[in-house]
Design a protein around this ligand. Structure first.
Ligand code: AMP
Ligand code: ZN
Length: 438
């Protein structure tokens, strides 16, 4: 069997991957907080871990992999968004979870086997918090329950940050009731009118970190094979998950391999993020060309641990390569994956190498089976080229409408005539312009 090697953040090196039980390989990835539309940076972990889950299924068998990705559906940002719209938080979370699944689906991301929701696991979180109080790792103060960081001598092994950095990381939650400035919240009180649950410490809601620890235990067990997420989650989120779970489980480690993806940035700036205002949403991209495979290909063009610079050139290049690959693949089916592609992926998910090896495959059936490991070339070639035709024409029709709005009638006529020359007829109506082939 092909040997899979993964870079383990905890060990700080590539390690051969051996699951605890090859009949039940377990992977958990921290999922979205559902209160806004996903940008293409948010899609990177979804796509990267989708590829890893496909590879694990190829190696261990479809039935032998359990992949869980949670939905954070209780959070202060959700509460704020609900308040701003004057609706129940569930209205916000349902809407944005649906958008998230649709956007990721368009990028070829399969739904995980399990998608646990935080709001449905509050009882399990309360039980774990109670246990941590019992073991002396947590304490109640002022309606809150806090994890006491100095109670865990192994705290900080994942990120290996010094104490100053750990205090800075916990500073968002600075409060007089903390015994130590690095202590973090497991439970906090909810004021009247704010979403909350009854607990031994009064009506309140869970902190973010405890959610993942409790849901991992509920669905996958005390120790899982792979825990994944973005690089930004190493500290404090994953460090805190590790401490909670280990202390609640008599020292059993939370995960055997820790895998983290790097950040996506816009050309010339730092990471793509809402606060920097340099966000391109998946929806924006799909509006321009609905073939999400283009953006999936672009996300996989860099190694997952490296930074990835998002640009127009990257999109154009990805589309051109896919055009070429679809031409070679045709509508062939029934092949087996190429060994070189498989080996590249098994070497810590080396997708740039795997993609370049894909381009060298001559046989359509082998090409398709190899690309499928990365969730690429899953549709038919004719649908791909048809999709191009339609989105290009949609783009030209939109450009003509814009020209008309700017009263640039010469440009509008030029576009209409160019399309007519291709046999595409436009029909204007009060609600917009539609097109059909003559
Ligand atoms: P946020 O909504 O900014 O909290 O992001 C949710 C998750 O998406 C983060 O925890 C990251 O792991 C991931 N993420 C956010 N921005 C980026 C980015 N620019 N590149 C890669 N991953 C990102
Ligand atoms: Zn998590």
């Amino acid at each position: 069997m092909t040997e899979l090697r993964l870079y383990d953040t905890m060990a700080r090196e590539k390690r051969v991957f051996t699951p605890a039980d090859p009949a039940r390989v377990t992977m958990y990835v921290c999922g979205p907080t559902v209160y806004n539309r996903a940008h293409i940076g948010n899609a990177r972990p979804a796509v990267v871990f989708d590829v890893l889950s496909r590879l694990l299924r190829h190696l261990y068998g479809e039935e032998h992999v359990v992949y869980a990705r949670n939905v954070t559906d209780v959070d202060d940002k959700i509460i704020e968004a609900a308040r701003a719209e004057g609706v129940d938080p569930a209205v916000i979370t349902r809407r944005y979870e649906d958008f998230y699944l649709a956007d990721m689906g368009a990028l070829g991301v399969r739904p995980p086997d399990i998608a646990p929701h935080a709001t449905q696991h509050v009882e399990a979180m309360v039980a774990m918090i109670a246990r941590l109080i019992g073991t002396g790792n947590a304490y109640e103060a002022d309606g809150h329950v806090l994890f006491h960081v100095p109670s865990d001598p192994d705290y900080g092994a994942l990120g290996r940050r010094d104490r100053e950095a750990m205090i800075a990381g916990a500073r968002v939650e600075v409060a007089s009731y903390k015994k130590d400035p690095a202590d973090f919240v497991l439970w906090k009180p909810s004021e009247a009118g704010v979403i909350g649950w009854d607990s031994p410490w009064g009506r309140g809601r869970p902190g973010w970190h405890i959610e993942c620890s409790a849901m991992i235990l509920a669905h996958l067990g005390e120790t899982i094979d792979i825990h994944g997420g973005g690089l930004d989650l190493i500290f404090p989120h994953h460090e805190n998950e590790i401490a909670q779970s280990r202390c609640a489980h008599r020292g059993a480690p939370l995960a055997r391999y820790w895998v983290h993806n790097g950040f996506l940035s816009m050309a010339g700036s730092e990471k793509m993020s809402k606060s920097l205002g340099n966000v391109v949403t998946v929806a924006d991209l799909l509006e321009r060309d609905p073939r999400g495979e283009i953006y999936r290909f672009a996300l996989l063009s860099a190694h997952y641990r490296q930074p990835l610079e998002w640009s127009e050139a990257l999109i154009a290049q990805s589309k051109a390569t896919l055009d070429r690959l679809y031409r070679s693949a045709g509508d062939a089916t029934g092949g087996a994956p190429d060994e070189g592609v498989l080996e590249a992926l098994a070497d810590d998910l080396n997708t740039p190498l795997a993609l370049s090896r894909l381009s060298a495959i001559g046989d359509g059936a082998t090409l398709r089976a190899s690309a499928a490991l990365m969730g690429l070339l899953e549709g038919g070639a004719s649908a791909w080229f048809q999709g191009e035709g339609d989105s290009r024409i949609d783009g030209l029709v939109a450009a003509r409408t814009e020209a008309k709005q700017k009263r640039d009638f010469a440009e509008a006529d030029r576009i209409r005539d160019a399309l007519a020359a291709e046999g595409i007829l436009l029909e204007d109506s009060p609600v917009g312009t539609s097109w059909r082939r003559a």
